[in-house]
Write a protein that binds this ligand. Structure first.
Ligand SMILES: O=C(O)CCC(=O)C(=O)O
Ligand SMILES: [Fe+2]
Length: 348
């Protein structure tokens, strides 16, 4: 949210940190089945036509709604199981202990602990009812690293055995999947499959695990995480079976992204929206946990090397449709958004 804590949001209007303003028709999520489900098993095929067939479905989904489920993604659910189990052990600790790795200790970066009811994206009366632990790319855990000696920016809690190991085992899986999906996105943009390969040799690859207690406050007073867009290229979310993730449709309705066992939810984020000159839509989403249970989720945020310039891809600009966004590096864009989110009480 770009609203400061003092401003009161106008009913039905959402203003985001990236400057976009949205009109919402109804504040209540609807259980529509309108998010596409894409079987991505073809991304592992040796046959180009199989990969292209997945890419065409991704093209439509990324353009029309910016959110879709992927099934048959090939990642064993034991990895997210381990992450959720490790996260429960971390979140269970007293707040003072968790604050030893408070994200505020690391300026400009989104690593470490984000406390409960501490940030607000929604501008609602009460701050967002979630807590999170974030960790960033670490060359040591990237089998394709270019520089194994690159220092890590992560901070880790003491006294949670196996925490870092569980989280990075999972991260390494998601990294490989996201690199493959980047090739699918290139095909989806009708570019050569390797068009972004150089952008993701040293990618931006942050991950977080979130805990949402059951919400007692009314939706108009609080959200689990308020309406926002993500700032990298695309996000892949593993959610448990509680539900609560909602996506804002183009017509201004909140659609419930109900959990599909074993599926990931993939959403387009702002860097891809900028690079594709709005052909891919970075879609507003939020979470409200009224399931009666504790909700856990784990998004993986994938983006380009900070040194790369976010120029529009050639298939998305023309004389009639010039680039809409100022050109900057992925790193400058990230720093701008990260700072905004941290100083305005926002979250990731
Ligand atoms: O918890 C979820 O399902 C989504 C979380 C999210 O949108 C975020 O952390 O950016
Ligand atoms: Fe998000």
């Amino acid at each position: 949210m770009s609203l400061t804590q003092e401003e009161t949001p106008k009913a039905g209007i959402i203003t985001l940190q990236n400057g976009q303003v949205f009109q919402v028709k109804s504040d209540t999520g609807k259980p529509l089945d309108s998010l596409p489900v894409i079987d991505v098993s073809g991304i592992y095929s040796e046959n180009f036509e199989d990969r292209k067939a997945v890419a065409e479905q991704v093209r439509t989904a990324a353009h029309e709604i910016g959110f879709f489920y992927v099934i048959n993604h090939g990642i064993d659910p034991k990895f997210s199981g381990q992450t959720f189990e490790a996260a429960k052990r971390f979140f269970e600790q007293p707040t003072e202990k968790k604050m030893e790795v408070y994200t505020g200790l690391v300026p400009n970066e989104y690593v470490g602990y984000h406390p409960l009811e501490h940030y607000s994206r929604s501008g609602r009366k009460k701050k967002d009812l979630c807590e999170a632990f974030n960790w960033a790319y670490d060359a040591k855990f990237d089998p394709e690293t270019l520089d194994i000696n690159e220092p890590s920016i992560n901070i880790w809690p003491e006294g949670v055995p196996g925490f870092q190991e569980a989280l990075f085992e999972h991260h390494t899986q998601m990294l490989a999947f996201s690199r493959r999906m980047t090739r699918v996105f290139a095909l989806a943009l009708h570019l050569p499959e390797d068009a972004f390969d150089d952008y993701i040799k040293r990618p931006e690859a942050g991950m977080r695990v979130l805990h949402y207690p059951q919400q007692e406050a009314a939706d108009e007073d609080q959200n689990g995480i308020g309406a926002h867009t993500d700032f990298e290229c695309f996000t892949t979310v593993t959610q448990d079976d509680c539900g609560g993730l909602e996506v804002l449709s183009k017509s201004g309705e909140w659609i419930k992204a109900k959990p599909i066992p074993g599926a990931f939810v993939v959403n387009i984020a702002d860097c891809f929206m900028r690079q594709t000159n709005d052909f891919f839509v970075s879609t507003v989403h939020r979470v409200i946990n009224k399931s009666g249970k504790e909700r856990y989720s784990c998004p993986f945020f994938f983006g380009f090397d900070r040194k790369k310039v976010l120029e529009a891809v050639p298939t998305c600009v023309s004389e009639e449709n010039p680039m809409k966004y100022p050109i900057m590096t992925a790193g400058d864009y990230y720093a701008w958004r990260a700072n905004k989110a941290k100083t305005q009480g926002g979250s990731y």
